[in-house]
Write a protein that binds this ligand. Structure first.
Ligand code: GEK
Length: 241
């Protein structure tokens, strides 16, 4: 059952920093769907991208997997044999639920769910990796080392899908923020929910500009960086080794 996100519905005395805890994990599909424009489409396109990039005998990584939506999309999109998916998240509330979702899913590609930090895991023999709205939660100074590790763990021709909330220069930020809050209102979030969530995410979700992301991916050693989606202030890029 998809429970409704009411995490920020009540007035809080002081708004604590956002955490991926049990209360968030319980409502996560509804929260992300109503908070990230194009989320479902991005996830299903990641399945399609897996169909093109997954290679026999390799691994696919879902990094910051939450409940495993991206891992499941890759699992059903893979068009070759003998692949393995590794789904990693450092929230136990997420990985416990993810295990169950993977068990109940009828895909046949093995999926290993790991409760751990994406900065600590080994990436090897990979044809595909996804950081689907995860890098934004990693401290900025750790982002380049993480991307280098992923790049080095990908086989030649392998792909990283990087989806992020973006920051924009000057007036563009205001225009897109305004539309983004319209999106949240249209999805049933109140002014109180919008403002408390914004406070909770301050210094937790740190967005960067598209040009910073492109430059860092190139610095990490990716040969091609191709933006393929933008919905208001959210985007997704393909980075090919
Ligand atoms: C989806 N990809 O549904 N190590 C591991 N996991 C982390 C770390 C870290 N250092 N930091 C944050 N996370 C998913 C959605 S949500 C995006 C990803 C969002 C995890 C965190 O616990 C959370 O589950 C996930 O990254 C980010 O396609 O909520 O906006």
């Amino acid at each position: 059952m998809n429970s409704r996100d009411c995490v920020f519905a009540e007035q809080q005395q002081s708004v604590a920093a956002f955490k991926f805890d049990e209360a968030v994990a319980r409502v996560f599909p509804d929260m992300i769907q109503r908070s990230v424009p194009g989320y479902s489409m991005v996830v299903s396109m990641i399945g399609l991208i897996a169909g093109r990039y997954a290679r026999k005998g390799t691994q696919l990584y879902d990094l910051g997997s939450s409940l495993g939506a991206t891992a499941v999309a890759m699992r059903h999109g893979i068009a070759c044999d003998d692949c393995r998916i590794v789904a990693v998240d450092n929230s136990e509330a997420m990985t416990n639920r993810c295990e169950k979702i993977i068990q109940d899913d009828d895909g046949t590609t093995p999926v290993e769910v790991v409760c751990g930090d994406v900065r600590d895991i080994t990436v090897e023999n990979a044809s595909m990796a996804a950081l689907n709205f995860t890098l934004q939660f990693i401290p900025v100074e750790d982002r380049l080392p993480l991307l280098k590790k992923i790049r080095d763990g990908l086989n030649p021709g392998g792909v990283l899908v990087l989806s992020e909330k973006l920051a924009f220069p000057d007036q563009h930020q205001t225009i897109l923020d305004t539309l983004y809050y319209d999106y949240k209102r249209a999805n049933g979030y109140s002014e109180l929910e919008i403002s408390q969530k914004r406070t909770a995410l301050e210094n937790v979700l740190v967005p960067e500009s598209l040009s910073d992301h492109k430059a860092r991916l190139l610095e990490a050693g990716f040969a091609h960086v191709v933006p393929w989606y933008q919905g208001f202030n959210f985007c997704s890029l393909l980075a090919v080794r």
